[in-house]
Design a protein around this ligand. Structure first.
Ligand code: ADE
Ligand code: ZN
Length: 324
């Protein structure tokens, strides 16, 4: 086997790395009965019509995550898999509201994830950053309260905020105040936009929220002015091709706009999003891109995607030099 290309992963929801087998072992540890008889049966439920149908299962399965150790085990399992696929640096999303709404305190979540992340350089050879996302289909008040409750961890381990969950009908501008507060607190800012939602949401994420990276952003191809702006300003896009196919944002991998975006000079990266649900970790994503002949992606393009991943990462210049 050839050695995987060293890369950074910049679009990864830690809750989306929950493999069916781990879900069953955590359920057993916590005395929870799942509505599936086996890991195989659960995996068969991973067939989605759109983003919402995925989110329904994704949030439901989080019921197995209860203790600090559960979150630590989840993150450690991801980091081991990512390292085996060439990941050297991972910027990891988590959804605090999805846990606090179930009665799991944010302290439990951050302490568990934080422990795995702290051990990752020595244990897996992976450096990390942690980004807390607001659920855009929840209220602004809930996002503000979540933001304030996380202040003890600003800077370490939480270095940024993001925006995720059901996109259509929940424009970025709804979250202007909480993103303003994040900027004042010195946090980095990213937002999902242009996954299922229209190009206007990408404009808003940039101009209203001050997003420094756009997560997904593939619908930028529908808006020439936006497309040219993203190239001119070298706004990083964290694209997730396998996710886009599984959630039917793109019909077939062969139709994915990633090569067009890359060839046009956009700062595009390739990522896994929710690897347990969408058919693979980021090394698998690179392999799938290379294996689809219609995409015309070879080793040079994969090397460019990997270099872009370090360029777009929230690393200091000195840290970046060590990777590039
Ligand atoms: N949360 C987890 N995965 C997501 C995705 N692909 N889009 C929006 N929210 C998400
Ligand atoms: Zn995502």
């Amino acid at each position: 086997m050839t050695r995987p290309i060293p890369k950074a992963e910049l679009h990864l929801h830690i809750e989306g790395t929950l493999e069916p087998e781990l879900a069953f072992s955590l359920a057993a540890r916590n005395g929870i009965t799942l509505m599936y008889r086996s890991a195989d049966e659960l995996r068969k439920a991973y067939a989605f019509d759109d983003l919402q149908s995925f989110l329904n299962l994704y949030y439901k399965l989080m019921a197995v995550l209860r203790t600090e150790r559960d979150f630590e085990d989840l993150a450690d399992a991801y980091l081991a898999r990512a390292a085996a696929q060439g990941v050297r640096h991972a910027e990891i999303f988590f959804d605090p509201q999805a846990h606090t709404a179930r009665g799991v305190p944010i302290e439990t979540v951050v302490a568990g994830l934080g422990r795995a992340l702290k051990a990752a350089p020595a244990r897996h050879g992976v450096t990390t950053r942690l980004i807390m996302c607001f659920l855009r289909d929840e209220s602004v008040e809930s996002a503000l309260a979540t933001f304030e409750s996380a202040r003890p961890w600003f800077g370490d381990p939480i270095i940024g905020v993001g925006l995720d969950s059901a996109e259509v009908g929940h424009p970025p501008s709804k979250f202007r105040e909480v993103f303003d507060r994040a900027r004042e607190a010195g946090l980095r800012r990213v937002a999902h936009a242009g996954e299922e939602g229209p190009p206007e949401y990408v404009w808003e994420a940039l101009d209203v929220l001050g997003a420094e990276r756009i997560d997904h952003g593939i619908r930028c191809v529908e808006d020439e002015r936006l497309f040219l702006r993203l190239i001119r300003e070298q706004v990083p896009l964290t694209v997730c091709p396998l996710s886009n196919v599984r959630l039917r944002c793109v019909d077939h991998l062969a139709d994915h706009p990633l090569p067009y975006m890359l060839d046009s000079g956009m700062l595009v990266t390739a990522n896994s999003d929710d690897p347990s649900y969408f058919g693979g970790y980021v090394g698998d994503v690179y392999d799938a891109l290379e294996a689809e002949p219609m995409l015309m992606i070879g080793v040079d393009e994969l090397q460019l995607l990997a270099a872009n991943s370090f360029r777009a990462a929230f690393l200091s210049d000195e840290e970046r030099r060590a990777y590039l």
